[in-house]
Design a protein around this ligand. Structure first.
Ligand code: NAD
Length: 253
């Protein structure tokens, strides 16, 4: 039930962080993996971990519709189909409304929301024609509530969540399941930026009931579950992977 032998998985933003950890997990579980990322190439070390088999890398900007169509076509051409799509790529912008430039807002929406929209639009018809598939859209707990100075990201991830629900309904009878994951703070590149602010890591860890950042592998496990046959009756929902953060109203102890 948790094997993906013979399945083809496309992952956007798969050259680093959560995307790369998820690509590795699906590969370990037997899938052929197509990684799309805006970087020119995969790190040689990251590439070596795939052992030269069942992995293809393609440079893609998820904000570009033609490139997203070409990514899905490449998966079909190279590995003979498309069974799972993880729309993972996303960016944020740290600015409150007065300082949030219109262009910044557009860029966040173009990558974080339109990337997921374009992934679904390009991949789901291919899945339907094959009789089914699974899409997992990367959202965030920041799509479930607001944050100070993060409105663009909150809006884009919130859009991903509600878009996921509608697309799940539209495709439920065609056998294509569409779900979202909502991680809390995860130990990837954004944490390294945070580490430059004195005390910030301690403050963040203190706000997580489990008292720590999650790992990219812990999110990858949730994505693999949603893609697997164990989740065969799960569609249109949100899996929160946040060490308990969203279970808290925010009221002091
Ligand atoms: P990361 O920076 O480690 O990886 C992001 C990857 O996306 C990079 O390889 C980058 O090159 C790629 N990318 C960026 N723009 C792209 C584009 N336009 N087209 C294609 N690829 C692009 O970050 P991460 O923490 O692994 O984040 C992955 C996803 O998880 C994002 O959508 C992020 O919003 C979400 N998320 C992260 C956290 C966290 O705490 N790290 C929490 C919740 C949600």
């Amino acid at each position: 039930m948790m094997r993906f032998d013979g399945k083809v998985v496309v992952i956007t933003g798969g050259a680093a962080g959560i995307g790369l950890a998820t690509a590795r997990l699906f590969h370990e579980l037997g899938a052929s993996v197509v990684i799309g990322d805006i970087r020119d190439a995969l790190d040689p070390e990251a590439e070596a971990a795939f052992g030269g088999e069942r992995m293809a890398y393609r440079r893609v900007d998820v904000a570009d519709w033609d490139q997203m169509q070409a990514l899905m076509d490449a998966a079909v051409e190279q590995f003979g189909g498309l069974d799972v799509l993880f729309n993972n790529a996303g960016i944020g912008a740290l600015a409150q409304l007065d300082d949030l430039a219109v262009e910044q807002m557009h860029r966040v929406m173009d990558i974080t929301f339109f990337g997921a929209f374009q992934g679904c639009k390009a991949a789901i018809p291919i899945m339907r024609a094959r009789g089914g598939g699974a899409v997992i859209n990367m959202a965030s707990i920041s799509g479930m509530a607001g944050d100070f100075g993060f409105a663009a990201y909150n809006a884009a991830k919130g859009a991903v969540l509600n878009f996921t629900r509608s697309i799940a309904l539209e495709n439920a009878r065609a056998g294509v399941r569409v779900n979202a994951v909502c991680p809390g703070p995860i130990d990837t590149a954004p944490k390294q930026n945070l580490a430059r602010i004195p005390g910030a890591i301690d403050t963040w860890e203190g706000s997580v009931p489990m008292g720590r950042f999650g790992t990219a592998e812990e999110v990858a496990g949730a994505v693999a579950f949603l893609a697997s046959d164990y989740a065969s009756y799960v569609t249109g929902t949100t899996l929160v992977v946040d060490g308990g953060m969203m279970a808290h109203t925010g009221q002091p102890d």
